[in-house]
Design a protein around this ligand. Structure first.
Ligand code: 5GP
Ligand code: ZN
Length: 112
């Protein structure tokens, strides 16, 4: 296993507040929330970032969006933002693919 924070959370070696789990992903509360609701959709498979995926990951990528929809429903979010930061310049700090699901306040556009 790579020395990876989110792999360790998936393996329950590091604790996290679990919102939802399915066959391919976990959804956890962000430790430093940027909105009243801020959770992370994390695939169980280690992939560095979105640009590291290939065509074989297409089904997983679709499923992650469906997992985000399920998490939004569970958290009673009608309006939400789903975003991934790809690379340091885009704000990525953990090198394991994840989507931020944010809601509970008005969202500005474009993000900074
Ligand atoms: P990124 O900056 O890579 O797009 O997103 C990483 C996110 O992981 C950040 O929003 C950060 O607050 C969150 N994070 C960092 N360390 C931990 C942790 O140990 N537990 C949880 N639940 N979230 C974390
Ligand atoms: Zn990982």
């Amino acid at each position: 296993m790579p020395d990876c924070l989110f792999c360790k959370i998936v393996a329950r070696e590091i604790p996290a507040q679990l919102v939802l789990e399915d066959a391919h992903a976990i959804v956890i509360k962000d430790i430093s929330p940027k909105a009243p609701t801020h959770v992370l959709v994390v695939p169980k498979k280690h992939i560095d970032r979105l640009s590291s995926t290939d065509d074989g990951d297409a089904e997983l990528l679709g499923r992650l969006q469906r997992t985000a929809v399920a998490a939004a429903a569970k958290l009673s979010l009608k309006d939400f933002r789903l975003v991934t930061n790809n690379g340091r310049g885009a704000g990525q700090s953990v090198d394991h693919l994840h989507y931020h699901l944010l809601g509970g306040r008005p969202m500005e556009w474009p993000p900074g």
